[in-house]
Design a binder for this molecule. Sequence first.
Ligand SMILES: NC(=O)c1ccc[n+]([C@@H]2O[C@H](COP(=O)([O-])OP(=O)(O)OC[C@H]3O[C@@H](n4cnc5c(N)ncnc54)[C@H](OP(=O)(O)O)[C@@H]3O)[C@@H](O)[C@H]2O)c1
Length: 308
Amino acid sequence: MAITPPPDPAAGSPLAGCRVGIVGAGVMAEAMLAGIIRQGLATPGQVRCSHPRPARGQHLLTTYGVEVVASNAEAARGADLILLAVKPQALPRVMPELLAVLEPDQLVLSVVAGASTRALGRGLAHPAVVRAMPNTPAQIGAGVTVWYATAAVTEAGKARTRGVLSALGREFEVADERQVAMATAVSGTGPTYIFLFIEALIDAAVHLGFPRHVARELVLDTIQGSTAFALQSGRHVAELRDMVTSPGGTSAEALAALERGRLRTVVSDAVWAAYQRTRQLEADLEQPDRDRADAGPGPAARPGGPRG
Ligand SMILES: NC(=O)c1ccc[n+]([C@@H]2O[C@H](COP(=O)([O-])OP(=O)(O)OC[C@H]3O[C@@H](n4cnc5c(N)ncnc54)[C@H](OP(=O)(O)O)[C@@H]3O)[C@@H](O)[C@H]2O)c1
């Protein structure tokens, strides 16, 4: 079904007059494209996408009315903002195609996991790069994105970045690029942790005897309500938890079982593992640019972790 743009699209938008090129028009790029068009930040006529599969290109054309081209270089040529959303494995193949056509005043906005601005800047021979890490709730405009801009990105470029990323939900600019890698392990990968917890809680409810569809509703409403409560109250989550933990009560009993299962340690280990994997991806993507022997300190030692 085609998305109908609002009546006066792009007027007053940070993307007004901005030509957007999309390279790697998959799930995340489509979420961004849908968001910017639905919210009237850009018109379909401002956007040009490339895709290696004609069927996918046809889908983008039919659904959004954007221009679709076969070559990545063609999508990037003349665009003010280039959204780079290929998988990390495709990056070494795609960067040389873009390098040939990039102009100094263009902005590259990458959502590629593990691609540092160092790897992108070198691979594209282009200094104005934004590295962003969105997450999957972006597909319904409820995502959160952490992003970092190199010194070469102008204020206008940052405003355009905010415009595109706000179409996905909330966005946070950080001054330290390492926080994008950290966010990859926390908010980028976060939905995976939450979905697993939701699944486990639904299964536990079914184990008690609830029909699965009822269990699903109960669990999703509980997660949504608890999140809204935490956001609105502004109180520390431990305080909110204490409010429902009566001495000798059911919550206290359940919490003791969770602590015996080392829930906090397992969560911390999972986030650390995701962070290490991000650092490894970063190192792999930077590898063509440097000898591994002088690759610097590599993934950081875990604070408080075992030494030696
Ligand atoms: N999805 C998320 O929640 C999420 C969150 C944060 C960051 N990211 C990052 O966003 C990027 C895209 O993720 P995704 O989930 O959207 O993956 P995806 O759906 O696979 O999107 C990548 C797209 O690039 C296309 N492609 C493959 N080779 C290409 C080439 N040589 N030139 C141009 N396009 C090419 C793929 O086509 P085919 O379908 O034919 O392979 C696919 O449509 C990844 O780097 C990921 O790390 C994703």
